[in-house]
Design a protein around this ligand. Structure first.
Ligand SMILES: [Zn+2]
Ligand SMILES: [Zn+2]
Length: 142
């Protein structure tokens, strides 16, 4: 994955502004999250950065560091695997995800809106502090 000089500067600045040191592995991990169109797991990131020499533990720490400072978000779509996504672009706000029941692929649904029509719903639901997930076959598995 080639990185343009401008992109590199943008990534560096984002990491530094968040109070972290802009190490090469953090830059690579953030770049990957920002270019991915859907949430990626730790093993996805390790596989995609396989040409690099960073060990999986370093990459895991990078993912949690980026999440701790708000540059990434952690999601569990119900399979007990943490997936990470950048908090920029279409993924800026927390949003529902679509999970394929056949192949397990995950898609972001940033434009999905929902309405609470039952007054007695739990407070977290009314405050929209809940995660919404849709499950079904994805286009490829349909
Ligand atoms: Zn599928
Ligand atoms: Zn998402």
């Amino acid at each position: 994955m080639a990185l343009r000089r401008d992109d590199l500067e943008t990534l560096r600045a984002a990491i530094r502004n968040a109070g972290l040191r802009a190490t090469p592995s953090r830059i690579a991990v953030l770049h990957l999250l920002r270019s991915a169109g859907s949430p990626v797991s730790h093993s996805d990131v390790v596989a995609k950065l396989a040409s690099q020499t960073w060990d999986p533990a370093t990459i895991y720490r990078n993912l949690t560091d980026l999440s701790d400072v708000g540059l990434a978000r952690r999601t569990d779509v119900g399979d007990h695997v943490w997936r990470f996504e950048a908090t920029t672009g279409h993924q800026a706000q927390a949003h529902p995800h679509f999970v394929c029941t056949e192949c397990g692929s995950v898609e972001c649904l940033p434009d999905l809106e929902y309405e609470v029509t039952r007054a007695k719903a739990p407070r977290a639901v009314r405050l929209k502090r809940v995660e919404i997930q849709l499950r079904g076959p994805c286009d490829a598995c349909m």
